[in-house]
Design a protein around this ligand. Structure first.
Ligand code: 13P
Ligand code: SF4
Length: 299
């Protein structure tokens, strides 16, 4: 299947993007592998005719918004992110009425509809930097309460209003589970994604986005790490650090939606070009504003 994918990519001038949480096989055939921010930048700069996005729907959708003239395909269009929808209808308007200078900051893990109502997008790797540089004091951070809380702790001068969304995968990691691994490997450093609950962050040695955790593990002189995020990152961690050891809590955190990006589905979508992301023009125009603002802010 690897050879078939290579041929199809060449024949169709297609590029494959994969998130670190996609299955190892998808990461192996991808031209670019990274976290949400890196992949959004790659999607924006791509010169391919077809982008195959091995991630979840909001990622493919963002790639399409940034490249409306390109064909954006997903190996399985049903791969979704429950957090992307976790904002109550009407609440953004309510908050805008309540605060004159409100900035609505939207984690990229969100639907295009939510992006259309937002001022700027962020990812977990640039959220603190972008919110810090906003002139607004009052910030409504959607949808993730945990990333929002983490940002607000870093920026005590801002009034960050939290929304009650969460990632079911990261939020299911408990402090008890982390301590159980720590009891076996007392010297291991705990690396956590800011989508984790505050109790887990409170026992962490380092907090960062997926790419930041990978960079931290590579740069560290330590040899053992407890990794509090989705288990797909193990592939990259082991490639980068064959001499180091990585442990996950039990049960191993797994985003089943990300795992729908199988080789079979990649071959099929490259052959048939059938699972395309379609978004109407008005929505693209509106959702592009906060996404482009994020990319500009971070340049
Ligand atoms: P990052 O890619 O920003 O680390 O986000 C993690 C995530 O949950 C993606 O779905
Ligand atoms: Fe969504 Fe969590 Fe899966 Fe990321 S890991 S796609 S935030 S459910």
């Amino acid at each position: 299947m690897y050879e078939q994918i290579r041929k199809l990519k060449k024949q169709k001038n297609a590029v494959i993007l994969a998130h670190y949480y996609a299955p190892k096989e998808a990461q192996m055939v991808a031209d670019f592998v990274g976290d949400s921010f890196y992949l959004a930048k790659v999607a924006k700069e791509s010169s391919a005719d077809i982008i195959v996005f091995c991630g979840v729907y909001f990622m493919g959708e963002s790639a399409k918004i940034l490249n409306p003239d390109k064909k954006v395909l997903m190996p399985d269009l049903s791969a979704g992110c429950p957090m992307a929808h976790m904002v109550a209808p009407g609440i953004i308007d309510e908050m805008r009425k309540k605060y004159d200078d409100l900035a609505v900051v939207c984690y990229i893990n969100s639907t295009a509809e939510l992006k259309c109502q937002s001022d700027v997008c962020v990812t977990s790797s640039n959220a603190v930097r972008i919110v810090k540089n906003l002139p607004n004091k009052n910030i409504f951070f959607i949808p993730d309460r945990n990333l929002g809380r983490y940002v607000s702790e870093q920026l005590p001068d801002k009034n960050i209003i939290l929304n009650d969304g969460f990632c079911p995968i990261h939020a299911s990691i408990t402090q008890k589970q982390v301590e159980a691994v720590k009891s076996k490997y007392a010297n291991a450093l705990v690396l956590s994604h800011p989508e984790c609950e505050p109790e887990v962050l409170s026992v962490s040695d380092y907090i960062g986005s997926t790419a930041e955790m990978i960079a931290y593990a590579k740069a560290s002189y330590e040899k053992q790490f407890i990794v509090c995020t989705e288990n797909g990152v193990e592939y990259k961690l082991i490639i980068d650090n064959p001499q180091k050891e990585f442990y996950f809590v039990s049960p191993s955190p797994c985003c089943n939606d990300m795992k729908l990006n199988t080789l079979e589905n990649i071959v099929s979508v490259l052959e048939k070009e059938d699972k395309t992301i379609e978004i109407d023009k008005d929505k693209i125009a509106k959702a592009l504003i906060p996404l482009e603002r994020m990319l500009e802010c971070d340049n």
